[in-house]
Design a protein. Sequence first.
Length: 106
Amino acid sequence: MGKFKDIWDKSKDGNRSGQRSFLRFAIVITAVFVLFLFIKKDSVVRWVQAGFTIHQQEKRIEQFEQDNARLDERIHMLSTSRDSLEKFAREEFGFAEPGDDVYLEE
């Protein structure tokens, strides 16, 4: 860390003053650039957060598309097969044919 403090002491530049001046300039510009990136309204932090949000939303969309495909398949099955429709009506709504024994769960 001692060498880093020495970079700001112009009396120690000697015959390397051009290099040390450029290094000081580069350090200041880099610090300003980093501060600008993190403090500005459209900062890198916000970009990263937006990337995570987009990734999560894409996963949710994929889940919803899978759910919709599964529900569409079930609708198709219930609308084309009388047996599956009867089974669904019995299980979900407690429907029964005449003569069937119906047991209700509480």
